[in-house]
Design a binder for this molecule. Structure first.
Ligand code: ATP
Ligand code: MG
Ligand code: MG
Length: 551
């Protein structure tokens, strides 16, 4: 496939499988339930679930839920829904790192008994200071040489809730002079008197991400623990835990470059700010790069999977992927699979003066030009029709092939009409056109002249009103968050949402939420999941018709 890019992890796994080095691969997708998933997570989902699918293995869905104060059940539910919607099934039930808290605690005691972990009374600030910097070695904590007995007792009392938050931590005893700061006695447990969404009030201490992640992988028999490049420096620690604990197996960590998309934020924390500040209509606002936002916008699961295939998987970081590639992926899918319809976004009334009031002609036209399986739709042709204001100009430039005074244009799927009269109100605005139909032009050119333009139209008597939401990029600059932390709020586009009241052909009456269409000559649209009702149709623009992606 010319549009699929290299994927070094897939190549590596294929070699291992072919060489018989691995029997059944096990991967996992490990979100922290502190926000909704975004397009960056889709890359990781497609990679992890895709490998399991391709090589007949398993992929687990595991919530990395070690930070109870930022996590919520609502996020867990949304994440499950997004992964399923993308078309993936996790092996076994949903898993939680918190399922392993008892085991992790036993392993912490094990390290203490082995003299490889200690309870430290330094404050968080002191720990940071003692840890040193890239150019300066760390210093040992004065509590580093406590006896295993004392440490076991203190750890147990930390767990029982005897100490205040920040008063003590459990640290691994590794190497305060290591050039890798992650190895300078990393924190294993912190005191947090917080209620956990899975374990309730059972725990007063919570394991750190580093102490949790690799061991959870090992408990689950994960073979390939795939993560983004910022964890490369954590790999020695990941391996240190596996080497120093009686774990059932040794997963391997492999890093890849995260996805960065231009005009887009891919950070849950920043997306959450947009939600909390009311800048967008929730996590699934159709402008959000969240999976649920893209779903509401009209993306298909296939298009997101296709996009992830197109961007490939490498270790080279830094590049910004062009969002035009994402638009290309959805446009290609909808071009082939979305039925056609006509919808006028900015209605201008046209009276066809030589069509009688009681004219009841109906054109039956294809649902899709290349898909007989989509059947046909009926277009009633009446004396009064709507056309789009943008398809008429009173004083047109030379190359304007749509409607103008005295000029002809073809109504899509119907006749050629000529504009005879322009009606205006007192303010001089055009309110109506009077046109005449050439009835000898159905499916053929008019006698002796060429009519180049084709415009869409809808019957006034039978068209249905629709609210149309035109969405565009939320940000007007390519890298909205490249500078300071909250600067991205200054780069919001004022035109990311324009709402219009349009009129659609009657075949759209009663469409189901999430139905997708190409509005001919206009773009691809999707009936809004939440707002679209039978008596109030609401369509979101997914993407325009013009492809700007250059390979
Ligand atoms: P964020 O910075 O948005 O909060 P995160 O990495 O903290 O993202 P997690 O819930 O920990 O969010 O992510 C789950 C998985 O998705 C991780 O394995 C992570 O590496 C991966 N992931 C997150 N963002 C991206 C991205 N932009 N590109 C590729 N993978 C990503
Ligand atoms: Mg994370
Ligand atoms: Mg994060």
């Amino acid at each position: 496939d010319s549009t699929s890019a290299p994927n070094f992890i897939r190549n590596q796994v294929r070699e291992e499988v072919e060489a018989g080095k691995v029997d059944t691969i096990v991967t996992r997708f490990p979100p922290e339930p502190n926000g909704f998933l975004h397009i960056g997570h889709a890359k990781s989902i497609c990679l992890n679930f895709g490998l399991a699918e391709q090589f007949g293995g398993d992929c687990h869905l595991r919530f990395d839920d070690t930070n109870p104060s930022k996590e919520e059940q609502a996020y867990i539910d949304a994440i499950k829904e997004d992964v399923s919607w993308l078309g993936y099934q996790w092996a076994g039930g949903v898993r939680f790192a918190s399922d392993y808290f008892d085991q992790l605690y036993e392993w912490a005691q094990y390290l203490v008994r082995e003299g490889k972990a200690y309870v430290d009374d330094l404050s968080p600030d002191e720990i940071r200071e003692y840890r040193g910097t890239l150019t300066e070695a760390g210093r040992p904590s004065p509590y580093r040489d406590r006896s295993p007995e004392e440490n076991l007792d203190l750890l147990e009392r930390m767990r029982a809730g005897e100490f205040a938050e920040g008063e003590k931590v459990l640290r691994a005893k590794i190497d305060m002079a290591s050039p890798n700061i992650n190895m300078r006695d990393p924190i294993l447990y912190r005191i947090r008197h917080a209620r956990h969404h899975q374990t309730g009030d059972k725990w007063k201490i919570y394991p750190s991400y580093d102490f949790t992640h690799g061991q959870s992988d090992a408990i689950e028999g994960v073979t390939h623990s795939i993560c983004t490049l910022e964890f490369e420096d954590h790999r020695p620690l990941y391996e240190w835990f596996l080497d120093n604990l009686p774990v059932p197996c040794k997963p391997r960590q492999i890093e890849f470059a995260r996805l960065n998309l231009n005009y887009t934020l891919t950070s849950k924390r920043k997306l959450k700010l947009l939600v909390d500040e009311g800048i967008v209509d929730g996590w699934d606002d159709p402008r959000m790069p969240t999976i649920s936002g893209m779903r509401r916008r009209g993306y298909t699961p296939a298009s997101i999977r296709k996009f992830c295939e197109m961007i490939g998987v490498t270790r080279a970081d830094g590049g910004l992927v062009d969002i035009a590639m994402l638009y290309h992926a959805i446009r290609a899918d909808l071009e082939d699979n979305a039925p056609r319809a006509m919808c006028v976004l900015k209605p201008l009334k046209v009276v066809l003066t030589n069509v009688p009031e009681d004219h009841d002609e109906v054109f039956e036209v294809p649902g899709h030009p290349a898909r007989d399986d989509m059947g046909t739709r009926k277009l009633p042709f009446t004396r009064e029709i709507w056309i789009d204001r943008d398809d008429f100009m009173e004083e047109p430039p030379k190359k304007f092939f749509r409607l103008a005074p005295g000029k002809e244009v073809r109504l899509r799927n119907a006749y050629v009409i000529r504009c005879d009269d322009v009606i205006k109100n007192d303010a001089g605005e055009v309110t109506e056109l009077r046109c005449s139909v050439d009835f000898d032009t159905l499916g053929k050119n008019p006698e002796g002249r060429k009519v180049k333009g084709v415009i869409h139209w809808v019957s006034v008597a039978q068209g249905v009103p629709v609210e149309v939401r035109l969405y565009d990029n939320l940000f007007q600059v390519e890298s909205p968050d490249k500078d300071k932390d909250t600067d991205f709020l200054e780069h919001l586009s004022a035109e990311s949402l324009i709402t219009l009241q349009g009129i659609a052909e009657p075949s759209l009456a009663g469409v189901k939420p999430e139905s997708r269409f190409q509005f001919e000559r206009v773009g691809y649209f999707c009936a809004d999941r939440h707002a679209c009702r039978e008596d109030h149709l609401v369509f979101n623009r997914t993407v325009g018709l013009k492809d700007t992606w250059a390979k």
